[in-house]
Design a protein around this ligand. Sequence first.
Ligand code: FAD
Length: 141
Amino acid sequence: MLVRLLYASRAVPAVDQEELLAILKKSKANNPAQGITGVLCLSDGIFLQALEGGRAQVNRLYSRIVTDPRHTDVQLLSYEEIGERRFAGWSMGQVNMARLNRALLLKYSETATLDPYAVSGSVSMALFAELVATASIVGQS
Ligand code: FAD
């Protein structure tokens, strides 16, 4: 039983590049043992993260992440049972914002900024899928 969960949250001001790297390091250390894969993006102070794996494992990790003091306003955008993973290659990939084509953001939203609070979960998911397809993800597991 595989599920994919997508959520958005607002990073607290103290979250800088160093803190982001610490979160990714911890994720890469923890996720393989739980069979969890996914992608994390931080842009303009907003986190967008997709988690996939067994239902129990994804639910448990999400419960932990929600209480993390490094972000607030955590909103579940999408939760679905899936037949196969989309991010199987990443224990936790990071969207390489330097390579992000802003036109891709414009394709899915009113302005060229990442604002998952303003679009549907399926739109954010579609954006993620394109980021993977255009190789804008770093951090192979
Ligand atoms: P430890 O690292 O030993 O931490 C123990 C406790 O201290 C936990 O409650 C933890 O939340 C807290 N803590 C640790 N470091 C800090 C810090 N720098 N500031 C404040 N509190 C801290 N974890 C994953 O395993 N996989 C993920 O994919 C994942 N994605 C995340 C995405 C985001 C946006 C954020 C903010 C966090 C994410 N985390 C992820 C981290 C997660 O919230 C927990 O901190 C982590 O899973 C706890 O790991 P641990 O059980 O090894 O405990």
